[in-house]
Design a protein around this ligand. Structure first.
Ligand code: PGA
Length: 256
């Protein structure tokens, strides 16, 4: 089955209104010169979702590009949840994508598998396309627990939210030891994990599971993107640091 590749940036807690505007202008100019040939997205801090979306809406829409958020509340109904931003609000602000369960959310902000599953369900219910992050720590890898960890994280979502919540979205394999370290995982690390994820998805539902993009994330940059994107079951990338620069991000999107 052929899946359109998807490359999504993750700004984390970086950026400013000025950075959003200049990134948008540079990325647009590059895409208008030569379309990247894949779907693209940029996930930014929630306050920048609307300004980013406004730069790509209506007549200024860029084919295949969607703005996104980096996390979402697990609460679906409005109410007394000070500081939370719901999926419906992110949709209202123009978000298409939403990263859910990024390892920084799990490790620094205590998000459990159960919370992540509720967030995926909330994102899907509001019409956001979730990008579910899974991945093992270095300790888990060294203890031979990579497969077990990734499947636990994935099964928590498939069990509670159902595979249909991921249809139209993506799963991102992000080994924690490769995030922000400059050292991406090698082909021999990536291939078996992506195969395990694909098989869990297709076991849940053959058709939906075949259609879900599996992204790799962790120190993806222009220099290593082509090698990573050509691996079997790698349908794109989730890009942190290198996405802050529109030129680098575009080079990753066009790497073949
Ligand atoms: P990185 O981050 O590309 O800076 O390693 C990836 C991520 O955290 O999504």
């Amino acid at each position: 089955m052929s899946r359109t590749p998807l490359v999504v940036g993750n700004w984390k807690m970086n950026g400013s209104l000025g950075a959003v505007a200049s990134w948008a202008a540079s990325f647009r100019a590059l895409c208008e010169e030569a379309a990247p040939g894949c779907e693209t997205g940029l996930c930014v801090p929630s306050v920048y979702v609307q300004p980013l979306a406004a730069l790509f809406s209506g007549e200024r829409a860029l084919p295949g590009f969607g703005p996104g958020a980096e996390t979402v509340s697990d609460r679906e109904e409005p109410g007394a949840f000070t500081g939370e931003v719901s999926a419906a609000m992110l949709r209202d602000a123009g978000a298409c994508w939403c990263i859910v369960g990024h390892s920084e959310r799990r490790t620094l902000f205590g998000e459990t598998d159960e919370v992540v599953a509720r967030k995926v369900a909330a994102a899907h219910a509001a019409g956001l396309r979730p990008i579910l992050c899974v991945g093992e720590t270095l300790e888990e890898r060294e203890a031979g627990k990579t497969r077990r960890t990734v499947l636990r994280q994935l099964d928590a979502v498939l069990g509670a939210a159902g595979i249909s919540a991921l249809a139209g979205g993506a799963v991102a394999y992000e080994p924690l030891w490769a995030i922000g370290t400059g050292k991406a995982a090698g082909a021999e690390d990536i291939k078996p994990v992506h195969a395990v994820i694909r098989s869990a998805l297709t076991q849940a539902d053959r058709t939906i599971g075949e259609g879900i993009r599996i992204l790799y994330g962790g120190s993806v940059k222009p220099a290593n993107a082509a090698g990573i994107l050509s691996l079997p079951n790698v349908d794109g990338a989730l890009v942190g640091g290198a996405s802050l620069d529109a030129g680098n991000f575009y080079r990753i999107c066009t790497a073949r």
